[in-house]
Design a protein around this ligand. Sequence first.
Ligand code: SF4
Ligand code: SF4
Length: 308
Amino acid sequence: METDPKRCSILIREEAFRLGFDDCGISAAGKLDKEKAFLDRWLKEGRHAEMSYMERNRDKRTDPQKLVPGARSVISVLVNYYPSRFQEDPSAPVISKYAYYPDYHRIIKNRLHLLLDYIEQHMGRVKSRIFVDSAPVLERAWAARSGLGWIGKNTMLISRKTGSFVFLGEIICDLELAPGKEMPDYCGECTRCLDACPTGALLAPRVLDAGRCISYHTIENPGEIPESMRGKMQNRIFGCDICQDVCPWNRKVRPTSFPGLEPVPGLLEMTTDEWKALDETTYRSTFSGTSLERTGYRGIIRNLKYRK
Ligand code: SF4
Ligand code: SF4
């Protein structure tokens, strides 16, 4: 059994690459104090709109001990999901690129279980939990701590290797490992994302007002699209990639090669007319098990109504 923290970290990273992850980084499982202060202020200012779940479990979000008692390390993995093809009809209602795929949580979790199996075979049994896009984990903060990238002014984790169209996942465990180093901020003087946001939702670098964000309104907002957003939706019906599309770090991204990440059959081929005629039966048969289920059929119909 390998016990040296540095050697274990090297082996885990090597195995992560072998499993198809685009990057893997390690952080010591301390408290996220700086991030907690930012989160508290952001919530106090009401920047989370109707996402009341963000107010809950604040301690869990910023203290890994609350998720895995005795936790010593957070292993973050990164998966580039930049697609090799896009929606074919240029005037079709636009969906975010991450929603092209079937349930990526399951796909990434399965791979993380293989990584955990490897750890337990070579380093002994560990107390651990696996997370993919789970509310109680500040995934971007952990990824940034581990050196996988930095938090850009558009609030996304940006990797120098693969840009910001990335899924993140974590294993929080009680194994002692050698943490990576935080990366400097490579946004520099650039403000493209702030300038390009059509609704002014990026109030300042790294400060998002969800109540003004197209992504929030098309996915998370359970009610009506407010008057203030109407006419500003940029033909988006599920998410919004504008502040990522303009980022220079996404200019030369290669398409994903992660095993199992294939677009949902038929989704990218849907024409404007097919979207307009979408009925509940077609919605269920095409989008079952995908991210687009999150809004429900009614949500998609609402978004289609206000997309212009
Ligand atoms: S997702 Fe769209 S609306 Fe939201 S901040 Fe980015 S560009 Fe603005
Ligand atoms: S567009 Fe520019 S400022 Fe915004 S995240 Fe990318 S590099 Fe940073």
